[in-house]
Write a protein that binds this ligand. Structure first.
Ligand code: GDP
Ligand code: MG
Length: 305
């Protein structure tokens, strides 16, 4: 009889993925969610704002917060990114610290461990990229981290290959507070489509320009128009700070911009499951790094000073 059935207790919460730049946070987030919700690149500082990816495991809904890497910020944009990352740590219900097992406890990792120790909150450590390290090195690193008071548990996985990811997900269920789910069952991310679209174009710029990519570059979605035929028209502006950077982004005869636009359009139309018409414009705006509106568009607070 219905009233005899124990009610299925649901759980829901936020898990912050913290770590140094390049540890593999965005890769792990995408694996956990089972879809691409955060952009990944071999360059550091790809993730600028907080990206939330939502996974369901058993009775729990876990919202993972992918943060920009934590490092010693020098420039204003970097400050905003690091502030957003620490904001993620204090807002979440639980923090998982991701460490590139090949690099071990670097200066950046040590700084994060110190910061977490100050917050006096237990954390789990994930040693990532186990596909790249020898077992004995991995075990030595795990032993070193196991000594630390705030480290409750250590996981070893390969975010890239997916090995060990489901163990982490299953273990996290018990860490989530009991309560109703926070998002509709079919929602997998919390990032406005406009921002996601801008991030995808930025990722393609990374891929196309490699080392040439100007640091001071940002992409904004200016217009988003749903067409009657089911397609969507998206207009974006790529902001750079110098004419020379504009020339780099455009490439010879506009070739770079064309290829980037095409790659971004293809991925967007796959994600949105409908045809996409994408228009990108490159604009020089010398002072965009001092413009609070640009930070807001990225979902970042504008740091003073
Ligand atoms: P984030 O800066 O912490 O978000 O790191 P990303 O997720 O952007 O990954 C940085 C780089 O590390 C990318 O080139 C990834 O493909 C790579 N990477 C991430 N996880 C793994 C892993 O488990 N194994 C290997 N070999 N590479 C990985
Ligand atoms: Mg990232």
């Amino acid at each position: 009889m219905a009233e005899d059935r124990p009610t299925q207790e649901t759980r829901a919460g936020f898990v912050t993925l913290a770590g140094a730049p390049n540890a593999g946070k965005s890769t792990l987030l995408n694996q956990l969610v089972g879809a691409k919700v955060s952009i990944v690149s071999p360059k550091v500082q790809t993730t600028r704002a907080r990206v939330i990816g939502i996974a369901i495991e058993g009775n729990a809904q876990i919202a993972f917060v992918d943060t920009p890497g934590i490092f010693m910020p020098k420039r204003r944009l970097e400050k905003a990114m690091v502030e957003a990352a620490w904001g993620g740590v204090s807002d979440g219900d639980f923090t998982v610290l991701l460490i590139d097992a090949q690099r071990g406890v670097s200066e950046n990792v040590q700084r994060i461990l110190d910061g977490l120790a100050e917050q006096k909150r237990p954390i789990w450590v994930v040693l990532n990229k186990i596909d790249l390290v020898k077992k004995e090195n991995l075990l030595a690193l795990a032993a070193q981290l196991g000594e630390m008071a705030q480290v409750e548990q250590i996981f070893m996985l390969s975010a890239l290959k997916g090995d060990g990811v489901s163990d982490l997900l299953e273990a996290l269920v018990a860490k989530m507070p009991v309560g109703p789910w926070l998002y509709p069952e079919d929602q997998i991310s919390e990032m406005p489509n406009r921002l996601l679209a801008a991030e995808i174009t930025r990722e393609k710029l990374f891929m196309r320009l490699h080392q040439e990519l100007p640091y001071a570059l940002t992409v904004e979605t200016e217009a988003w128009e749903e067409k009657k035929d089911g397609s969507v028209k998206i207009s974006q502006v790529i902001y750079v700070t110098r004419e020379g950077h504009k020339a780099i982004v455009l490439g010879k005869g506009g070739k770079n911009a064309r290829i980037v636009g095409q790659m971004a359009r293809e991925e967007l139309s796959e994600l949105l499951e409908r045809p996409v018409h994408l228009f990108t414009f490159v604009k020089v705006r010398e002072k965009w790094l001092d413009d609070p509106a640009r930070y807001r568009e990225m979902g970042l607070d504008f740091p003073k000073g």
